[in-house]
Design a protein around this ligand. Structure first.
Ligand code: AMP
Length: 241
């Protein structure tokens, strides 16, 4: 009898990981700048697909939204209130949350409010912060990375848009990373800043200072959109898509 046909080739690696495979797969997938570029454009293509769906009057967004936010609550209760509402609205809009997988501060708040409203979550956390940030493991995709850089890349690569809410230097770092990538035209994903009670005003002042002093083009301030309420943030996603 003829020999049996060879087995089919293994499927290409999935872009969504489980915690058991995360580190090894990430090393192969996000190890080089070239790879980052590929993945960035992949994200943009995906966003375009959603755009065309929305043009056909789909009222559900079905987007993956990365939320950068504080690992603390901050001193104004308005930050937590806005975060709770944003979580609920994102879940109601059928958006998947991509975030830092922590269960503390506003990070925990946004995740809890997505979850309690039936939303889906991808959490990405570096190994060394599992304890400190109380890794929230009972989510749909829980990814453990080797370091902070991988964390940012994986979060960014798996979303169609970014929302920044109040936070500390970690949140600032994440904002400036995606802003600089946008400035370098590596991506055109919407960056939406939720400016609760004027919290981010000093950052906008700093950005204007850079522009006024000739260290940035005035187009820099058009690379992100500022909103003042969670409802407006959702509205900005719809406009962008
Ligand atoms: P923070 O805004 O300082 O409370 O931090 C918010 C989140 O950003 C936390 O999950 C931090 O672990 C994370 N973070 C802080 N620094 C960095 C960094 N350099 N790269 C990636 N994530 C960071």
């Amino acid at each position: 009898p003829p020999p049996p046909p060879p087995p089919p080739p293994p499927p290409p690696p999935l872009f969504f990981f489980t915690h058991t495979t995360a580190s090894a797969m990430l090393r192969s997938l996000v190890g080089s700048e070239m790879c980052i570029r590929d993945r960035l454009s992949e994200g943009i293509n995906k966003a375009k697909v959603y755009r065309s769906l929305l043009n056909k009057d789909f009222n559900m967004l079905s987007l993956s939204i990365c939320v950068f936010c504080g690992s603390r609550y901050g001193s104004d209760n308005a930050y937590k209130k806005a975060t709770e509402k944003l979580g609920r609205l994102l879940a109601e809009e059928n958006c998947r949350l991509v975030y830092g997988a922590g269960n503390i501060g506003l990070m925990g708040t946004v995740a809890q409010n997505i979850q309690s409203n039936g939303g889906e979550i991808m959490g990405v956390i570096p190994e060394h912060l599992l304890q400190a940030e109380v890794g929230k493991t009972e989510i749909h995709n829980f990814i453990v990375t080797q370091n902070m850089h991988e964390r940012k890349k994986v979060m960014f690569m798996n979303c169609e848009a970014i929302i920044i809410i109040p936070g500390g230097v970690g949140t600032l770092d994440e904002f400036f990373e995606v802003l600089t990538w946008a400035q370098l035209k590596l991506h055109s994903k919407p960056i939406i800043i939720l400016n609760v009670n004027g919290f981010w005003d000093p950052v906008f002042k700093l950005i204007n200072h850079l522009i006024e002093n000739g260290f940035a083009d005035e187009s820099l301030s058009r690379l992100f959109k500022v909103v003042t309420s969670p409802e407006e943030a959702i509205g900005a996603l719809k406009v962008n898509d």
